[in-house]
Structures are given as C-alpha cells and as structure tokens.
Design a protein around this ligand. Structure first.
Ligand SMILES: [Zn+2]
Length: 425
C-alpha cells in the first residue's frame, strides 16, 4: 500500500524547516521525502497550498471510558481526535473504575483497537482510586502499557506520597504528570480568585494554589531525579517558576492548553459554566505569561485537556456544573489562529509543541518527519476560515466556550500508518 502526498509544505519540527516536498508512505512508514516524486501510488493526495506535518500528539485527554461513557467513549473520543488532526493521544485515568491496575490498562488498549486508528496510550493512576493514599504498582502498569502516571483531576496533596511515587516512577522511567492545585485552597470553588469571583460573590481558586504545587513538584523532581511534567499551566508565575527550575536543572517539562493563551476569567461572565475549567481561566497578565513561556520554550507542549461533559451537566449553574471543556476538534485551529496568524510564533515551533515534544516526554516513537518512521501525518489548510459549530463534532460532548468563534486553519486529512482515517468532506 502506497500513499503519495504531493506538493505540500512539509514541516520538520526538529530542524525547524518548512520545505516544499512530496511524501511517499509505503507499508505504513515514510519511505521518501523529495521534490518531484513520480505520481505513482495506490492513493494520491494533492496537498497544494496545504501543510503536511507529523500527526498531532495530544498528551492530555479524558476519554471517560470505562464508566462515564455518557460523556464520551474511546470510539467517539478517537473519532474527535481524528477530526482534529490528532493521530496519537494519551488518556487520563480518572474514569470509573479508575485505571489503576493492569486490567484497566488492558481494557483501554483493547477498546482502542476497535477505534478509527488513532493511537491511544493510557496514563495510569498514581494512587489507587485517585484517593492519594496508596501508590499504584508502577512496574506492573508500565508492563501493561501505561506511558505515564497521573492523578489528574485531583492534586496529590500528600507530599510524602508524591515523593515516593517519584522515586518509584524514576526506576520505571515513567513520567509523572501533575495536576497542580492545592486542594485546600480550591475545593468547591468554580472560578479564578479575582475580579470575576468578586463580581459574582464567589470564593475563587487563587493562582497561588497552582504555583505553590508547581514549586513543590518541581523541587521534588529536582531532589528525586524523576521526570515531572506539569499539566495545564495557567499562570504567569507558574511559567516563571518552571523557567527558573529548568535553569537549575530540574528534570521538568510542562504543557498548557489553548484556553490558557486565548481566554481570561472574563469569559465566565458571558459563557457561564462552559468557561468553568480546572485550573480556572486567569487574567490577561497570565495569558501574556503563558505566551512568553510558549515562545521561549519554557512551555514544551500544547495539549487539550479534552474534558467532555453532558449537556445536562453543563446546563447546571456555574457553581454546580463540573469543570472542563473539550478541545480535540478545535485545538489546532485555535492555536493557529492565536499564535501563527498573529505572527506570535513560527509554524515549526507550534508544530513541535504539538508533536515532537509530547512524543518525547512520553517516550513515544512519534512526532518525527523522517524516513522510516510511522507515516502518522496531519495535513491541514492553514488559511481556511471556518466557524466552530459544536453540532458538527464527532465527540459526544459539546462543552466548549469556543462555539461560534471564527478560526483560521482546518484539518484536511488525518493519516495513521499511511492510512487516511479522516478526510474533510
Ligand atoms: Zn488536570
């Protein structure tokens, strides 16, 4: 089986080059990358005017399966990923039951085989039942196929437990993904502590709740030598802390999500519970800090934290609705609109943060544009304008504050192992 992609602008995220090249995929691998390849293949894509890059790797996704499949399941989550140009994703363990034992890891991997072809990498829980009391068996979980450990959704409040987890994770060469928000400062609170929380007469989630845990986990990483990855960084000071701790040599990486470099807490005033997310949307100053971190490489990754909820759940009042928003089908477009079309970042740097970097953090053989690697590819039109309409989503969920937003950049083909798994109609 041969797939030829002609006349595309091929992005090489490692070298930072964008080259007009043809790409031939043979037996699932990239076999040729040259100009003027003969038009001989089983399938030919004319990518004139389109960008061809390694398939997007989203390292922070909630597939809600097992147990919460009224929100999303592995099949619909993967279909949403494919529509968003995501060829590989890592899914969080806060399902029901929790993915805290090898049998649950096997369940996720088994279901993923029935999905559209998106590569699914399970993240296992760090503590049994995400209760923050007893550690999971890192060795057994890794053997079963888990690529990282995380209690995402909850902070690990017990510093001693977190330290022990890091010592064990280091032995297994598993990264620990940290949801950083001190529980005692955020429990039961829906929005950022600031002007909006004051306007709404609500107790807020202060920035310091995140920053204090970013600092703690970065220091524990430095001390234990474990690879700590900070999830969804949302404040300017968190970026500063991570920048300084990286300089000191702490083995840390981090991610942010499109909502944290495009939206502020004010969104809550117009979108209500759709703008409720943990950590919460912050201030304009924080958005600036996140952008600076993305530009200078302090922030390694753009992930989605795709967090589906039902319409009924999100229709509740701001204080009673669950936190989270979906992102798989809008992440690339929002990112291109906010960073590329505004000339804030170059295309290869953006693509690197959505492909090579997350793949490297999770030790996945993905995110490269070179001969012999899996032909997992995303082909997109960087200039096509469209309006985000949740009714078109493949996800079961519709909870996005970006509904109605005009964006520029549209996925045309999503390819896994040389096979087209999604094509824009
Ligand atoms: Zn989280």
């Amino acid at each position: 089986m041969k797939l030829l992609i002609q006349h595309g602008r091929v992005v090489h995220p490692v070298t930072g080059e964008v080259v007009l090249q043809d790409l031939l995929a043979e037996d699932g691998k990239i076999s040729l990358l040259e100009r003027g390849l003969p038009p001989e293949a089983d399938q030919i894509i004319d990518a004139t005017g389109l960008v061809v890059c390694p398939g997007l790797v989203d390292m922070h996704v909630h597939l809600r399966d097992p147990g919460l499949t009224y929100k999303e399941d592995i099949l619909t989550g993967c279909a949403a990923a494919a529509r968003g140009g995501v060829t590989a994703l890592a899914c969080m363990a806060n399902t029901d039951p929790t993915v805290d034992c090898p049998e649950q890891v096997a369940y996720v991997l088994g279901r993923a085989k029935e999905a559209c072809g998106v590569q699914v990498y399970p993240i296992a829980a760090l503590s049994m039942g995400l209760r923050g009391e007893e550690l999971t068996d890192a060795e057994a979980l890794k053997k079963a196929g888990a690529v990282a450990l995380s209690d995402d959704g909850s902070n690990v409040d017990n510093a001693n437990l977190m330290r022990d987890a890091m010592i064990r994770a280091r032995r297994q060469e598993l990264p620990i993904l940290c949801h950083c928000e001190d529980t005692s400062m955020v429990e039961g609170r829906a929005v950022n502590e600031g002007s909006v929380s004051r306007q709404l007469w609500l107790e807020g989630r202060p920035a310091i709740a995140e920053e204090i845990m970013v600092m703690r986990d970065a220091m524990l990483a430095e001390e234990t030598g474990a690879h700590v990855h900070i999830c969804h960084v949302s404040t300017a000071k968190s970026v500063d802390i991570i920048r300084r701790m990286k300089k000191r040599g702490a083995p840390i990486t981090c991610e942010t999500c499109p909502q944290y470099f495009t939206l502020t807490e004010d969104e809550v005033l117009t979108k209500g519970s759709l703008a409720r997310v943990n950590p919460p949307l912050r201030t304009a100053k924080d958005v600036k800090g996140i952008l600076a971190g993305l530009k200078d490489g302090t922030i390694d990754v753009i992930a989605t934290d795709h967090a589906p909820h039902s319409a009924e759940e999100k229709a509740r009042s701001l204080t009673r609705a669950p936190s989270g928003m979906i992102g798989l089908e809008t992440s690339l477009a929002i990112t291109l609109t906010a960073l590329y079309h505004t000339k804030k970042m170059e295309l290869p740097d953006i693509i690197q943060r959505m492909t090579t970097n997350p793949a490297d953090i999770l030790h996945l053989p993905k995110g490269r544009m070179s001969l012999g690697v899996d032909a997992d590819l995303t082909v997109f039109d960087p200039d096509e304008e469209w309006v985000i309409d949740p009714e078109q989503f493949a996800s079961k969920a519709r909870n996005t504050p970006f509904a109605g937003a005009k964006v520029k950049g549209r996925v045309k083909y999503t390819i896994v192992g040389g096979r087209i798994i999604y094509q824009d109609a």
